[in-house]
Design a protein around this ligand. Structure first.
Ligand code: NDP
Length: 288
């Protein structure tokens, strides 16, 4: 039997409808909409491609979104000054600093300057700490998108073996916390797991497998446990094709649910940023 595909566009569409309704209520009550600023340092392609998707979704939902492109050679101090100015601007409700930044800039140092209640991506250390305690409504966007996909299957997480491959700060680590809060049994794999030859062992016992590595088809379909939920976060350009980190067609034969790449996690991630913008706005308006 072939896996049921978890269509990110469909899921994103459902979430967008809810967000649109929230925006129309906000507009009625406050006579304004949330305003968010995405700061990109240097006019690089990835920032613009990601921002274009965000601009489109923001427009659809009714969020005021601006991309601030700053020169690639801006000193870190000036970038921090810019963030602080936005922190003080009551007309700005959400701030993010697009990654990657040029080598002379420490993204952590800049992210920590974002006001905790305007931190759209949950990257300020205070929000990271709150997430560990399960006490923030600003959840990093990609882990939030992964959770939404898993929840869309209706399969309860409690007691399930969940294996995450990749322990980055933006995906694997925060996701492990969200899954623990849901009482899943979580294993996090990384480069050393592969080096030790253990990746296949962990992957093959996963009821839920999430892969966020950035290596095309690292995970072989044959490794996947029958009827697993497989969430492929990876985005890899191979020639003219975009592929994930999981061997798609072989995985389809084993999994019960599978996200396609493209069109799986990506579209939901963008919508989660807008959800965070509304959360941030609402907490600033003292509605929560
Ligand atoms: P990072 O490069 O920050 O992290 C990659 C992770 O994979 C690291 O933890 C690394 O471990 C681990 N890793 C590398 N090689 C192996 C291996 N052979 N076996 C096991 N683990 C390995 O990447 P990101 O987390 O930023 O992104 C991961 C992928 O997800 C990328 O393809 C990216 O484009 C995509 N992505 C997609 C998003 C979406 O919305 N769909 C959003 C964000 C990312 P170690 O540190 O130990 O080397």
């Amino acid at each position: 039997m072939s896996a049921q595909l978890l269509d990110g566009k469909v899921l994103a569409g459902k979430i967008k409808e809810k967000l649109k309704m929230q925006i129309s209520e906000i507009l009625k009550e406050k006579r304004r909409v949330p305003r968010v600023i995405n700061i990109a340092v240097g006019d690089h392609h990835s920032a613009c491609a990601y921002a274009n998707a965000q601009i489109r979704v923001a427009e659809e939902i009714g969020i005021d979104y601006k991309l601030d492109v700053l020169p690639a050679d801006i000193p870190q101090g000036k970038l921090i000054d810019h963030v602080r100015k936005l922190n003080l601007d009551p007309g700005v409700n959400g701030i993010m600093v697009h990654k990657p930044v040029p080598a002379h800039i420490d993204h952590h140092a800049v992210a920590n300057q974002i006001d905790v209640i305007k931190d759209l991506e949950g990257v300020n250390v205070v929000n990271i700490g709150k997430m560990m305690l399960g006490k923030t409504s600003i959840i990093p966007c990609t882990p939030a998108a992964v959770m939404a996909h898993i929840d869309s299957t209706g399969v309860p997480l409690r007691g399930k073996e969940v294996v995450i491959v990749g322990h980055s700060e933006i995906v694997g680590k925060p996701l492990s916390l969200l899954l623990l809060q849901r009482m899943a049994t979580v294993t996090v794999c990384h480069l050393a797991t592969s080096e030790a030859g253990k990746l296949i062992d962990h992957v093959s016992r996963a009821d839920v497998l999430v892969v966020a590595v950035g290596k095309p088809e690292l995970i072989k379909g044959q490794w996947i446990k029958k009827d697993a939920i497989v969430i492929d976060v990876g985005i890899n350009q191979v020639g003219s094709r975009i592929v994930g980190d999981v061997e798609f067609y072989a995985a389809q034969e084993k999994a019960a649910y599978l996200t396609p790449v493209p069109g799986g996690v990506g579209p939901v991630t963008v919508v989660m940023l807008m959800k965070n913008a509304i959360e941030a706005f609402s907490s600033q308006m003292g509605q929560r």
